[in-house]
Design a binder for this molecule. Structure first.
Ligand SMILES: Nc1nc2c(c(=O)[nH]1)N(C=O)[C@@H](CNc1ccc(C(=O)N[C@@H](CCC(=O)O)C(=O)O)cc1)CN2
Ligand SMILES: Nc1ncnc2c1ncn2[C@@H]1O[C@H](COP(=O)(O)OP(=O)(O)OP(=O)(O)O)[C@@H](O)[C@H]1O
Length: 271
């Protein structure tokens, strides 16, 4: 199981592998200037060493790319400071929190965590044991930002993605649309991210995959008929729930319905 342990390879980006395209340098760890606007963050949170700075204004660069890169670097650095024991105990707490947001037996599109990410595997195992179908993403095309979905159980045989430090199950793949059409009665998406604001905007790893799959411009975006039965639940560490303006938000960015952290659930829109 060690290969499926998000803590087994400490230090993000340490392994040689084909990097996903990162034109704005989001993958780099340059000094971050994330504003000190988090609220409810405990001491030692992702932001409490931020230099005093103005709120993100998007500046001159399109989409606030430099500001996003800085925010990502800071948030990733904070994740690297988490211990395996912290991640594991938060994972147990998350399992209880997510059970309050996801109806028993409902289909769930989850994820298998990268190092430092909230570990949702305890929840996914419980949910699968209760009869709910669980899927996780496979990076099908990094260039076209396409995800596909494979059924997951705790026994799944995993293979490391060629593009990221993410384990993916083998098996039949479904497109995002096919997954949704299979579960028109409701599908809960656990959306991984580096941060979310309490208006439901989210900042991810910089691949654009979830925005392309579920954001405003997608076939399944808010307001679309197909997207109506989707529940988008951002899963982040509690210190990563930030106030609006803490990171740049673009029109294509998806908006989540709810936020789950190890400290509890926040419902933002009707689920
Ligand atoms: N667990 C998990 N699975 C997921 C996602 C995620 O955020 N979390 N994704 C959400 O979209 C997709 C993969 N997206 C990714 C997008 C960018 C990078 C990336 O740029 N990685 C950098 C290094 C990042 C780091 O050091 O932490 C790289 O490859 O250089 C990785 C994954 C699909 N599966
Ligand atoms: N729907 C879209 N159409 C075109 N470009 C997009 C779309 N969504 C994202 N992008 C582009 O993809 C890149 C990454 O976007 P962004 O920073 O929003 O990703 P992210 O939300 O952090 O990633 P992910 O969803 O993979 O976690 C940016 O260059 C962005 O402009």
């Amino acid at each position: 199981m060690a290969d499926n342990d998000p803590q087994s390879t400490p230090g993000l980006g340490a392994e040689p592998r084909p990097a996903l395209s990162d034109p704005a340098g989001e993958g780099s760890d340059r000094a971050a200037g994330l504003p000190d606007s988090a609220h409810g963050s405990p001491p030692g949170s992702a932001l409490d060493s931020a230099p005093g700075s103005a709120r993100v204004t998007d500046g001159a660069e399109p989409g606030g790319a430099a500001a996003k890169a800085a925010a990502r670097a800071r948030l990733r650095a904070a994740r690297r400071r988490l211990t395996p024991a912290e991640i594991a105990s938060r994972g147990q707490a998350l399992a209880r929190v997510l059970a309050t947001l996801v109806p028993p037996g409902a289909a769930v599109a989850g994820y298998l965590p990268m190092p430092g990410e909230p570990d949702v595997r305890a929840f996914l195992s419980d949910h699968a044991a209760g009869g709910g179908a669980v899927y996780v993403p496979v990076i099908a095309s990094p260039d076209r930002r396409v995800l596909e979905w494979v059924r997951w159980t705790p026994e799944a045989v995993l293979q490391r993605s060629a593009f990221a430090r993410i384990d993916e199950p083998q098996g039949d793949r479904l497109s995002t649309q096919a997954l949704q059409e299979l579960h028109t009665q409701g599908l809960s998406i656990l959306v991984p991210g580096l941060a979310v604001d309490d208006h439901g905007a989210r900042m991810g790893q910089g691949g654009g995959f979830y925005d392309t799959s579920f954001g405003a411009g997608s076939d399944l975006g808010a307001g679309s008929d197909l997207g109506a039965a989707l529940r988008l639940i951002a899963v982040v560490h509690a210190a990563e729930v930030l106030s609006p303006g803490s990171f740049p938000v673009e029109p294509h960015d998806l908006r989540v319905h709810a936020i789950a952290t190890e400290r509890g659930a926040t419902r933002l829109r009707a689920l």
